[in-house]
Design a binder for this molecule. Structure first.
Ligand SMILES: *Cc1c(COP(=O)(O)O)cnc(C)c1O
Length: 435
């Protein structure tokens, strides 16, 4: 598999290089030179295959001979080891539950695959890979649990003290092994600034092999295509056609993977990009001018992104023409008030509890149907996280009805292990050098 930079189509690197660099020197994003087409026969018969079989087929056609088939199969079997069911709410409405992995969010797909790809490419005797991540909640949990126990890797997670939910904190701080948590007495921005400074510090780079494992890494994007194909397979088994995917979007990696799947031949009628008040993309659809802006805090905080880094990838899939994007994607933004109402409406209508991110995707399907009059297509909205990760959103009957999954119960008895540091680079650097 060869990849280029969105800033330089002439560039050409191998998959392994793109995985370890995360981002090309020119600050573009890696994209595959060639987008393979899955054979029509496979797509027609996709309902006969399991998610792991589908994942292997898709990954193999993208990665080509980046690694032997048996190794790729083994990585997929280890990384994609939890289900992603499309749950039927009514004849035309399904919710795709992507939260059955260890951190209870869809980011597990990307993080688990990426960690194993990195572990695989680290040759014996090579320096340990030091992963540094700043998190406001969900990313850190997925990365921590994704890398847990992966040989030759050590992960350091920085999170803002008192600013993540109790379950998120458990996921970050109770792992041990090759995962350690640093609690910063400051904000998420402080955490991110420390990590950024570490990456350009000569002394740290001389001593460690540092990587950010961040969300723009191509090895996080690829596994996110798997569940789109697998969702389609499930709907096909139930005789559904004309599929519409609604995706709660922040950095636009999730929907970017869906559009890549579509480019590879997945028959999708429409994608909906559903955002919170951070509406850079919906505003672009309206005005034709792309204007990134500072993010604002919302209830669906994993989508609080003012300048979505994966948007460039999506534009290159459509030859940088908004008009072409619009042929298959619509975009809509919603307020916190609408989000709260939607959480309640879904519960009233289906006795089903959605997280705030997921609620926005449901709302966007409803609106799409109203606006287009399309009552025939099958709407499937992606549920990106388990509701128990956002306990502040629910009250009364609904709060009592939120189930606590096994993954969380297991963590609850474990002691918290975290080092507390001030948002001070010298202090952080000393910690890295001396522990
Ligand atoms: C990260 C995240 C999102 C946003 O996904 P993007 O790929 O950044 O668009 C949505 N919901 C939840 C729960 C998340 O953790």
């Amino acid at each position: 598999m060869r990849l280029y930079s969105t800033n330089n189509p002439e560039l050409s690197v191998e998959f392994k290089e793109a995985v370890f660099n995360s981002m090309p020197q020119d600050k573009g994003l890696y994209m595959p030179h060639h987008i393979p087409q899955l054979d029509a026969d496979f797509v027609e018969n996709i309902g006969k295959f399991s998610m792991q079989e589908i994942a292997y087929k898709v990954a193999k056609s993208l990665l080509q001979d980046a690694m032997p088939d048996e190794d790729l199969k083994a990585i997929i079997e280890e990384a994609i080891n939890f289900p992603a069911p499309a749950v039927k709410l009514d004849e035309k409405t399904y919710v795709l539950e992507l939260f059955h992995g260890p951190s209870l969010a869809f980011k597990d797909f990307g993080a688990r695959f990426m960690s194993r790809i990195m572990g695989y490419f680290l040759k014996e005797g090579e320096k340990t890979l030091n992963v540094l991540v700043a998190t406001s909640g969900d990313t850190g949990g997925a990365v921590a649990l994704g890398f847990l126990g992966v040989p030759n890797t050590q992960v350091t997670i920085l999170y803002p003290k008192g600013k993540v939910s109790p379950i998120q904190e458990l996921q970050l701080t109770t792992n041990g092994q090759n995962i350690r948590a640093v609690e910063i007495d400051g904000t998420f921005d402080d955490c991110q600034a420390l990590v950024k400074q570490a990456f350009v510090d000569p002394e740290l780079n001389a001593k460690f092999r540092l990587t950010s494992a961040n969300s723009i890494n191509i090895s996080r994007l690829i596994p996110q295509t798997f569940y789109y194909f697998n969702a389609y397979a499930q709907l096909k088994r139930e005789g559904k056609a004309d599929v519409i995917f609604s995706v709660p979007s922040g950095n636009f990696g999730n929907i970017g993977a869906g559009l890549l799947a579509w480019k590879m031949g997945l028959p999708v009628k429409q994608f909906i990009a559903a955002t919170n008040a951070n509406d850079t993309v919906p505003a672009f659809f309206r005005s034709g001018t792309y204007e990134p802006k500072p993010s604002v805090a919302t209830l669906s905080n994993a989508m609080d992104v003012g300048n979505p880094s994966n948007w460039v990838r999506i534009m290159t899939l459509f030859k940088n023409e908004l008009q072409q994007v619009k042929e298959v994607v619509t975009a809509e933004s919603y307020t916190d008030e609408q989000t709260r109402e939607a959480v309640q409406q879904v519960y009233d209508q289906y006795k089903y509890i959605v997280c705030p991110h997921t609620a926005i995707a449901w709302l966007a399907v409803e609106d799409y149907r109203k606006q287009t009059g399309d009552q025939e297509s099958t709407g499937i909205f992606l549920s990106t996280a388990h509701p128990c990760k956002f306990p502040d959103v629910y009250e009364g009957q609904m709060a009592a009805a939120v189930e606590i999954p096994e993954q969380v119960k297991e963590l609850e008895g474990r002691p918290k292990q975290a080092v507390e540091l001030k948002p001070d680079f010298e202090e952080f650097k000393n910690y890295l050098l001396n522990t």
